[in-house]
Design a protein around this ligand. Structure first.
Ligand SMILES: *Cc1c(COP(=O)(O)O)cnc(C)c1O
Length: 368
């Protein structure tokens, strides 16, 4: 059976190390904020080059804590992309701010900096750039436009941990980086988990306090917080998986390159473009086609799992359509949601399996 993301094969390859790490937690019994959490934070900070890493309960919690730490709330606007998973937008609404949606760059499916520039106004407090499918957005253009105006740039790097932007790791591309360790993400644990990255000491301290009910010391609450800790057992799993992570990224990138080569030049398949100053960890291998329905049928008939990430953009979702502002045209976002689909992508693919996926896509896409 072909897996969309083969977590069982991954576990087999890292079992001894994961089992030993989990057993160590069971032996010491510090399930909440045990030593593995700090060990992981140190390793992830070193990995990304960010000064601080704060382990949290999920990617959603990372984004929520980041917005809370920046003091963003009612009356504020946060510019972001509608081409994302709902969590990016949900947190903006949760703090009481207004999501402002701008269009994407069709080549990378990431936020279009020129559209951001046109949308900036007096109420703009932050920009959330999503590193969709594993590739960062044009972060330095966003950073340069935000800095003189006192606007914070946040990276939603839930799909991109391990990728690089101008040699910097995802998470270390702007004022605050957020990521997710949901099992299916490039670096995943065996439950929920996430992390926040930043350089600013004061901001890191505020995030640490918000993570644990806004406390500066036990039972003393200096600010409103959340129950947002990362479990010790999940940190232990991540420490084990981190040992094979770079190797897994290399394998994902080789399979990504193979997909790109197989589909190159097909006029009914629009391939993802990886910008020359970036790498992708292929959180998803997503491409577009006007023949999506036929391709998905051909994949299903061949027993190949596929996905659509995502079928309905956020500016049209019932929960957000009346609570957001749409700034400018959404032509590319609308076309993206109508045409995009994703193929099996993980480090445990084989050339043979990938060839079956490729054949089904080409059969469904029709003649070039
Ligand atoms: C997965 C994801 C999140 C949320 O992460 P969780 O750990 O599931 O809360 C946020 N943003 C994007 C783009 C994601 O893909």
């Amino acid at each position: 059976m072909i897996e969309f993301n083969d977590l069982k094969a991954q576990y087999r390859s890292v079992k001894a190390s994961v089992d030993a790490r989990i057993q160590a937690v069971l032996d010491h019994g510090q399930y909440i904020m045990g030593p593995e959490v700090a060990e992981l934070e140190g390793k992830l900070a070193a990995y990304t080059g960010a000064k601080h890493c704060i382990g949290v309960a999920s990617g959603t919690e990372a984004l929520l804590i980041a917005l809370m730490a920046l003091g963003i709330g009612r009356g504020d606007e946060v510019i972001t992309t509608s081409a994302t998973f709902v969590a990016t937008v949900e947190v903006i609404a949760l703090v009481g701010a207004t999501p402002v949606f701008v269009d994407i760059d069709p080549a990378t499916s990431t936020i279009d900096p020129q559209a951001v520039k046109a949308a900036i106004g007096d109420k703009t407090r932050a920009i959330i750039a999503v590193s969709l499918y594993g590739q960062c957005a044009d972060m330095d253009t966003l950073n340069a436009m935000a800095a003189p105006r006192g606007i914070a740039v946040i990276e939603d790097g839930a799909q991109s941990f391990g990728s690089t932007y101008k040699g910097r790791r995802s998470g270390n591309t702007c004022a605050i980086g957020c990521t997710s360790f949901f099992p299916a993400k490039p670096l995943g644990c065996y439950g929920d988990g996430g992390a926040i990255f930043c350089h600013d000491d004061a901001l890191a301290q505020v995030c640490r306090e918000i993570r644990i009910h806004g406390q500066s010391r036990r039972f003393h609450h200096t600010r409103v917080g959340v129950g947002g800790r990362l479990d010790t057992i999940q940190a232990a799993v991540l420490l084990a998986k981190l040992e094979i992570f770079d190797d897994e990224i290399a394998r994902r990138q080789a399979f990504g390159a193979r997909y790109l080569a197989a589909f190159a030049g097909h006029n009914l398949l629009e391939l993802p473009m990886i910008s020359a100053d970036r790498t992708s960890v292929w959180g998803y291998f997503a491409l577009k086609s006007p023949n999506r329905a036929a391709i998905l049928d051909a994949l299903a008939a061949a027993g190949v799992p596929s996905g659509v990430h995502y079928p309905e953009p956020m500016h049209l979702q019932p929960a957000y359509k009346d609570k957001c502002r749409v700034a400018g045209s959404m032509t590319e976002t609308d076309r993206w949601s109508a045409q995009v689909f994703s193929l099996p992508m993980h480090a445990y693919l084989t050339d043979d399996v990938q060839d079956r996926v490729i054949a089904a896509v080409l059969a469904g896409a029709g003649s070039a």
